[in-house]
Design a protein around this ligand. Structure first.
Ligand code: AMP
Ligand code: MG
Length: 336
């Protein structure tokens, strides 16, 4: 019996208790991109900003959803020829391909045929046969995607899946709307893809709980952040069980199987780039601890990270070490 768990609304939790907030919060909850999105903004233009953010989020979902037959991504994925796509789709796909290159294929947006063969986009996922998996793996690779200006073409059989990057990009879209509307204090969680700005109105930073993968009602630690993005990837976010074995949704593109990297959760933190956070949370989960640390140390991208390992450690990069309090159940390590 398969069991699918969709816990995407509770990946990171924003603490609001004891805020002593001086202004009244304006909030909006939206269901989009297969997840619950919670947006809170303060100040006179908050309602306008939230309305505009909602309309942009729904437009983005319309364009990139893989499960909506009418979306541009669905049209691209028919593999029947070039599709003239909106700027937003081109920009996101170009970013995805860049991250694939930069992470040596750990992030791979052409993983769609493999995600499909596992049935992760359906209500009834199951372990594929080795033969079906091998056929699907043959269609994975950036070389099967061509972008010329706004025209996007994938080879028949190949397909793109922007699910590993889209919510971080969406957080960036919301951040841009808030900036244009002059919002000075806000916090947003798009299914655990968090964006905060301005700190709380009492001057303290926002407090972001990083969910404990071993105890989903608890936290592996709490991050204090005034401005920026924090995005988590974890096996516990979407999985099913078959014959007593648990299979999760983050695929190692080298094997076609759920990544078994020794990491059980990866949170990426950046002050400026939500898209980067989302792409790298997925990629570093696939890479595992040693390669993730090497990647962080390489300095190719400016970010910080919180890695939760399957042997009970929380490994935090030095840039946010003094903003993070680990839960006592974990051994806390800082890397520099
Ligand atoms: P995230 O929660 O951001 O780590 O994204 C996971 C989602 O991205 C999955 O549900 C798939 O749709 C897709 N995905 C799975 N494995 C990969 C991968 N190695 N690279 C890019 N996207 C992936
Ligand atoms: Mg991701």
């Amino acid at each position: 019996m398969n069991r699918v768990s969709l816990l995407s609304c509770a990946l990171l939790t924003l603490f609001l208790t004891g805020c002593n907030q001086s202004d009244t919060a304006t909030t909006k909850e939206i269901y989009a991109m297969d997840t619950v999105m919670q947006l809170t903004a303060y100040g006179a233009s908050a309602q306008n900003a939230l309305d505009e953010a909602e309309s942009q989020l729904l437009a983005l979902e319309n364009a990139i959803s893989r499960t909506r037959p009418t979306s541009q991504v669905s049209a691209i994925n028919t593999g029947t020829g070039a599709v003239e796509a909106d700027d937003v789709v081109v920009e996101l796909l170009r970013s995805a391909l860049d991250y694939s290159h930069a992470t040596n294929g750990a992030f791979e947006c052409t993983i769609a045929p493999v995600v499909d063969i596992w049935g992760f986009t359906t209500d009834d996922p199951s372990v594929p046969s080795a033969e079906d998996l091998s056929i699907a793996m043959g269609f994975v690779g950036s070389e099967f995607v061509t972008i010329t200006d706004n025209s996007i073409c994938v080879e028949p059989g190949s397909a793109i899946d922007l699910g590993g990057i889209a919510k971080g990009y969406a957080a960036q879209v919301v951040a841009d709307v808030f900036q244009q509307q002059g919002i000075s204090n806000a916090m947003v969680s798009l299914g655990g893809n968090v964006y905060v700005c301005g700190g709380r109105t009492d001057g303290d930073p926002w407090r972001i709980g990083v969910q404990d993968p071993n105890n989903l009602s608890g936290f592996a630690g709490v991050l204090s952040l005034s401005d920026g993005f924090a995005v988590t990837s974890g096996a516990y976010q979407r999985y099913f069980e078959e014959d007593g074995v648990t299979y999760h949704h983050i695929i190692d593109p080298q094997t076609g199987y759920p990544a078994q990297s020794g990491l059980i959760s990866v949170t990426i933190v950046s002050t400026t780039d939500g898209t980067l956070c989302d792409a790298l949370s997925t990629a570093l989960y696939v890479m595992g601890e040693a390669d993730a640390i090497d990647f962080w140390r390489s300095g190719v991208y400016d970010f910080d990270m919180i890695l939760v390992t399957d042997d009970g450690r929380v490994v935090v990069s030095s840039g946010i070490a003094d903003q993070f309090e680990a839960d006592g159940a974990y051994t806390y390590e800082v890397i520099s």
